[in-house]
Design a protein around this ligand. Structure first.
Ligand code: GDP
Ligand code: MG
Length: 294
């Protein structure tokens, strides 16, 4: 059986629903989904494997007119990612309407000569008439050959879009195992967030040897995430620092981590955080400091 595999780069203003669409295409949480603009500054790949087809999705940062160094860098990154991709999927927000930001992006993609498909997202919020109007507005962008009305939230139109993208894939070997959804496991992404919250508060005091181990990740009914993680340190005195007076430090770390995790996962998070000393930990009670954060 000949296999097909390719990179699809998602382009679109912040908040149009790119991360949500990656999750819908992949069939599970991969990318940061957030109600706040610009949550995604890194390219996050989602992988969708169905039969012989493998779509590797790159979630691009939102493009803004170059205003400062950061947005200029983001624009450069976008050009680079677009070049490396086989196809570009431009996402617009039908509910908010197509605006100057979309037109600027469309012009940029045309200038880069990027083969593009347009997804008109959030049609679940619109009547049929307003959806039709949004499709016409998307046509006037004059970018790409095909336009798909979708709702990344409800999944409407997503399979039709996926089938179109799959039909464009070049022949080639799959780059990821079929069960792999991301090039970075969710547990690792979660551990990174917790570690960052820890280092933000204890930059000098916490040894680089400290580690975060994610022990359990469960999404319960109603979308609530239950996460159990341990912060490992090397000595008891380091443990005392991480725990803080009356548990204040670990509580602050846990609260900051929980908020960031809610952005990453797009839902409420219940975090159970434990601090453990690596040396001789087997002889100690399993939970030296156990804290539940909601
Ligand atoms: P990104 O910045 O383009 O990656 O956008 P996100 O995927 O983070 O989504 C931004 C916001 O729009 C979140 O609150 C999503 O829940 C919401 N959203 C995304 N897709 C849809 C959709 O199809 N319908 C509705 N109603 N909301 C959506
Ligand atoms: Mg995003």
């Amino acid at each position: 059986m000949s296999t097909r595999c390719g990179f699809v780069a998602l382009a679109g203003r912040p908040n149009v629903g790119k991360s949500t669409l990656v999750n819908a295409l992949v069939g599970g949480p991969v990318a940061a989904v957030s109600p706040r603009p610009q949550t995604t500054r890194r390219a996050i790949r989602g992988v969708r494997t169905r039969g012989e087809n493998q779509l590797v999705l790159v979630d691009l940062p939102g493009l803004q007119r170059p205003r400062d160094l950061m947005t200029e860098r983001m624009a450069k990154r976008l050009a680079q990612e677009v070049e490396e991709a086989d196809h570009v999927l431009m996402v617009v927000d039908a509910a908010q309407g197509i605006g100057p930001g979309d037109r600027y992006l469309a012009e940029t993609l045309k200038r880069l000569g990027a083969p593009t498909t347009v997804a008109v997202n959030k049609i679940d919020l619109l009547s049929k008439v307003r959806t039709a109007e949004a499709l016409l507005a998307a046509e006037r962008l004059e970018v790409g050959e095909e336009i798909f009305p979708i709702s990344a939230r409800t999944g409407e139109g997503v399979e039709a879009l996926a089938a179109h993208l799959e039909s464009l894939l070049p022949e080639g070997p799959h780059l990821f195992e079929p069960q792999q959804r991301s090039d970075q496991p969710l547990e690792l992404q979660i551990a990174e967030v917790i570690r960052e919250a820890l280092l933000n508060r204890l930059y000098d005091e916490v040894p680089h040897a400290s580690e975060v181990a994610v022990e359990e990740v469960v999404q319960r009914e109603g979308g609530r995430w239950y996460i159990k993680a341990a912060i490992w340190v090397e000595t008891d005195s380091q443990r005392a620092i991480v725990i803080g007076k009356g548990g204040r430090m670990v509580k602050a770390v846990g609260t900051a981590a929980r908020k960031a995790l809610e952005l990453l996962l797009g839902g409420p998070v219940y975090l159970e955080l434990t601090v453990r000393t690596r040396k001789g930990w087997r002889g100690e009670p399993a939970a030296l400091s156990q804290l539940r954060i909601e």
